[in-house]
Ligand binder design. Sequence first.
Ligand SMILES: Cc1cc2nc3c(=O)[nH]c(=O)nc-3n(C[C@H](O)[C@H](O)[C@H](O)COP(=O)(O)O)c2cc1C
Length: 366
Amino acid sequence: MTAQLFSPIAIGDLEFPNRIAVAPMCQYSADDGSASDWHLQQWMTYALTGAGMVTVEMTDVERRGRITHGCHGLYSDHNEAAAKRTLDAARRVAQPGTKFGVQLAHAGRKASCQRPWEGGGPLQPHQDPWQTVSASDIPFDTDWHTPRALAEDEIHALIGHFVKSAHRAERAGFDFIEIHAAHGYLLHQFISPLSNHRKDQWGGSLENRVRLAVEIVKAVKNAVPKMMVGARISVTDWVDGGLTVDEGVKVAQALEQAGAAYICCSSGGNSPLQQIPTGPGYQVHLAEAVKRAVRIPVRAVGMIDDARQAEEIIAGGRADIVALARAILSDPRWPWRAAATLGEEIRSAPQLARSTSLMKKWVGAS
Ligand SMILES: Cc1cc2nc3c(=O)[nH]c(=O)nc-3n(C[C@H](O)[C@H](O)[C@H](O)COP(=O)(O)O)c2cc1C
């Protein structure tokens, strides 16, 4: 019987050859937002994994929306040209059917930080920091930059930046766009009551707090109607007084209503007080909760690194796709490994084909 992990799935108008996604992963290696040689090797590596869905890293819609000086963006002509060049190269070697998406984002109050390997904290005065923005003027933590609350006209300008970057993503050749509304970045800052204390139409009720993400999904869909547009959310803040799972499910429903074609269910990232019970598949129950409430495909993520575990999630109807981050960094051939484990054949590039029997040997399948 065919492993469900290797069954195709349609999302919007796109056909994906299997249920394995490369999760978006910042590489902190861009030059003023432009993809570098590091991205060239990284996106080409993703292209050869055999994962049907490749989601390129958090890509910021304006310069001040970058987490670090090294974050990838689509806010300039140079960024667009570099992304196109890099994506074209990745496509030339990609496994048949691989679809590439880009995760559009704004870091809000979590911008102006050091790269993780430089400490990951807020940029210090000698490190060229910048003024951050958010829903309210509440810093992420003590000693973090205090953001400036966005004014009404700036919120409309921000939606415009997402639209402009969506056009750039389309011209660069991406197949789909993922709106990043998770992990404590700007859209999540609006959604969570921990970081949004506004009294206007963008704050207060959940309907108001999710409005920015909803308006962005609508505006992006409208701007690039030929592209599939999905969203990633934090289903819960894992903090008393923060976003609850019930509310997270409602956020997913609101984004579905706005036109999102899939929801990726992550969690946390908006408070240093979060208590996350991590462990294998620790967020899958969140995907399940969302899946019960929406009609669009749902992507699970978080400590999914074993082929049988992934197969159980898909075959058990707990999610429609699984996204892998660290497992792919550690083993870009993970989908080959999963195929060998589950008795499936994965089509590899002909240049690599003579090696696939070794994978079967390593997993004890031959
Ligand atoms: C190096 C690295 C960079 C990441 N960058 C992003 C990102 O750009 N956007 C995002 O939504 N999540 C990002 N994440 C989170 C992952 O997409 C994923 O949700 C998380 O690592 C849990 O999945 P895993 O257990 O398979 O690693 C990143 C994770 C890692 C390890």
